[in-house]
Ligand binder design. Structure first.
Ligand code: SIN
Length: 480
C-alpha cells in the first residue's frame, strides 16, 4: 500500500505520533493509500514554519511571487491527466470532469500570478499642507486554509494562490476523503521552488488541527469552504483572537424558468448547475421554479435529456454521474425523496439508487431524479441535498417566485432563465444571493467574486476580491 506524507517546512513527513488513516475510492471501496493522521503538534509545527517563512516571503517582490506561481500553474497543467486520475479515484467524479476541475484549479493560480503585481495603494489629499496621506496594503500573515472534498484541487488553489500572491504563508488542511489530490498539488508546488515553510500541508485529525489553527494567535486568517454548521463554529472560535475569516458555506440555489425563456437553453443550464459532480456542489440548484405555462414542456425536455445520462464508476468511459461520496450522503438523498413522497410528492423520473460495492461505506450511486407535487415545507425544499435530484415547482407571478426563492437562510447562488432583459435584471437584483446565473448554469470562473449572502458565508473568493481577503490596509500619516 502506498504511504503518503504531509508537507511541513519543505519536508515530507509522517505524523509525529506515527498514526495514519486510509483513503478509499468512493466508487469501489478500494484502499488507495495511507496518509498521516496529523495531530495538534503537527499543526503547531506547520504554524511555526509558516510564521518563520512569513518574515521573508512577505518581503519578496510581487514579481518573485508571480514567477513561482506561474511555474506552479505550468506544472499543474502539464500534470493535468495524472491529477485528474488521482481526483477521480478518491472523489469519484468522472475523469473528464476531474480534468475540467484541474484546469479550473490551475486558472486560479494563473490569475493570481498576474494579480500579484496589481496590489495598489492610494494617496489621499491631506487636510494640512505639511502632511501627506499614504494608504498601503500588506499581507495579513499566516493563513489557515481548510478545504472540502467536493473540489479537491480547485478549493486548494482558490485559497492558496491569492494568499501566496499577496505575500501570506499558508497551513492547508484538506478534507480527509480527498487528501491525495492536495498532496499531488503540493509536490508540484515544491517542484516550482517555493521557499520552505511558505506553504504547508497537514492531513489528519480535523478537530486537533482545527483547534491548533484557531487557538494560535500567529494564525491571522482562516479561509474555509464547507458546511454552514462548521462555519458557524469557526466563527465563534475566531472571535477569541479576532481572526479574519473567509467562509464559503452551504447553499440552496433556486433555478427559476420564466415562460419567455429559451427552454432548450434552460434545460441545458439545469443539467450544468445540477449534475456537475453529481449534484455535490455548494452552487448546485436545489429548487426548480418553472412558470406554470411551460411547466409540462420543461419536464418533457428535461426527462428526455436525463434519460441518456450514464451512472457509474467515474474511471469508466462515457460516465456522466459518479458515486456520491459516502453512505451518509446516499442516505440523506434517499431521506429527501422519501420525505417528499410521504407528503404527497411524485417521482417523475428515477427516485432511487444502488449500492454497487462489497464495501459498506463505498459504491453508492443515485439515478437522476425528477420530483414534482412539492410543498415548501418538505426537507428537499429546505436542506442542501448534495445529490442528483431535481424538485420542480410551478409558479405564476414574479412576486411569488422571488418570495419563494428568497425564503431560505442560504444565499449563495441562484439561476434565472428569461429572454426579457428588464425582467432578468429586476429578478437578479431582487434575489438575495451572492451569485446569479442569468441564462447561465455555470457561473464559476477565476476572475469573479464567489461567495454568499446570509448564512452562505462571509467574504468572496476569486478575482481581485479574493486577493483583498488576504491583505490588511495600512494608512500612514506623514508629517513633513
Ligand atoms: C463549491 O461547491 O464549493 C465550489 C463550486 C465552484 O467553485 O463552482
Amino acid at each position: 500500500m502506498k504511504e503518503y506524507k504531509m508537507f511541513i517546512d519543505g519536508k515530507w513527513v509522517a505524523a509525529s505520533n506515527g498514526s495514519v488513516f486510509l483513503v478509499t475510492n468512493p466508487a469501489t471501496g478500494e484502499v488507495l493509500g495511507s496518509v498521516p493522521n496529523g495531530c495538534n503538534s503537527d499543526a503547531k509545527n506547520s504554524i511555526e514554519a509558516a510564521d518563520k517563512a512569513f518574515k521573508l516571503w512577505s518581503k519578496t517582490t510581487a514579481n518573485v511571487r508571480s514567477e513561482l506561481l506561474k511555474k506552479w500553474f505550468e506544472l499543474i497543467v502539464s500534470h493535468k491527466k495524472e491529477i485528474a486520475k488521482i481526483m477521480t479515484s478518491e472523489q469519484g467524479k468522472p475523469l473528464q470532469e476531474a480534468e475540467a476541475e484541474v484546469m479550473y484549479a490551475a486558472s486560479f493560480v494563473e490569475w493570481y500570478a498576474e494579480e500579484a503585481k496589481r496590489v495598489y495603494g492610494e494617496t489621499i489629499p491631506a487636510w494640512k499642507t505639511d502632511k501627506r496621506i499614504l494608504v498601503t496594503k500588506q499581507p495579513v500573515g499566516v493563513v489557515g486554509a481548510i478545504t472540502p472534498w467536493n473540489f479537491p484541487a480547485a478549493m486548494i488553489t482558490r485559497k492558496l494562490a491569492p494568499a501566496l500572491a499577496s505575500g501570506c504563508t499558508v497551513v492547508a488542511k484538506p478534507a480527509p476523503q480527498t487528501p491525495l489530490t492536495a498532496i499531488k498539488l503540493f509536490e508540484l508546488l515544491e517542484k516550482a521552488g517555493f521557499p520552505n515553510g511558505v506553504a504547508n500541508l497537514v492531513t489528519g485529525n480535523a478537530e486537533e488541527i482545527g483547534a491548533a489553527l484557531m487557538d494560535d494567535k500567529r494564525v491571522r486568517k482562516i479561509t474555509f469552504t464547507g458546511s454552514t454548521d462548521v462555519g458557524k463554529k469557526l466563527m465563534a472560535q475566531a472571535s477569541n483572537s479576532v481572526k479574519r475569516l473567509s467562509l464559503e458555506l452551504g447553499g440552496h440555489a433556486p433555478f427559476i424558468v420564466f415562460d419567455d425563456a429559451d427552454l432548450d437553453k434552460a434545460v441545458e443550464g439545469a443539467l450544468a448547475s445540477k449534475f456537475r459532480n453529481c449534484g455535490q456542489t455548494c452552487i448546485a440548484s436545489n429548487r426548480f421554479y418553472v412558470h406554470e405555462k411551460i411547466f409540462d414542456t420543461f419536464i418533457v425536455k428535461l426527462k428526455s435529456m436525463l434519460t441518456g445520462l450514464k451512472v457509474g464508476n467515474g474511471t469508466e468511459e462515457g460516465i456522466d454521474l459518479g458515486p456520491v461520496i459516502d453512505k451518509k450522503s446516499y442516505e440523506k438523498i434517499s431521506r429527501h425523496i422519501e420525505d417528499a413522497v410521504a407528503r404527497g410528492g411524485e417521482v417523475l423520473l428515477g427516485g432511487s439508487g444502488f449500492h454497487g460495492s462489497e464495501v459498506e461505506d463505498a459504491g453508492y450511486f443515485f439515478y437522476p431524479t425528477i420530483l414534482s407535487n412539492l410543498t415548501e415545507d418538505m426537507l428537499i425544499m429546505n436542506e442542501e441535498t448534495f445529490g442528483p435530484i431535481i424538485p420542480v415547482i410551478p409558479f405564476k407571478t414574479e412576486e411569488e417566485v422571488v418570495k419563494s426563492a428568497n425564503n431560505t437562510n442560504y444565499g449563495l447562488a441562484a439561476y434565472v432563465y428569461t429572454n426579457s432583459l428588464s425582467r432578468g435584471i429586476k429578478i437578479s437584483e431582487a434575489l438575495e444571493y451572492g451569485i446569479v446565473g442569468l441564462n447561465d448554469g455555470a457561473p464559476s470562473t477565476a476572475q469573479t467574486p464567489f461567495g454568499g449572502f446570509k448564512e452562505s458565508g462571509i467574504g468572496r473568493e476569486g478575482g481581485h476580491y479574493g486577493m483583498e481577503a488576504f491583505l490588511e490596509i495600512k494608512y500612514v500619516s506623514i508629517g513633513l
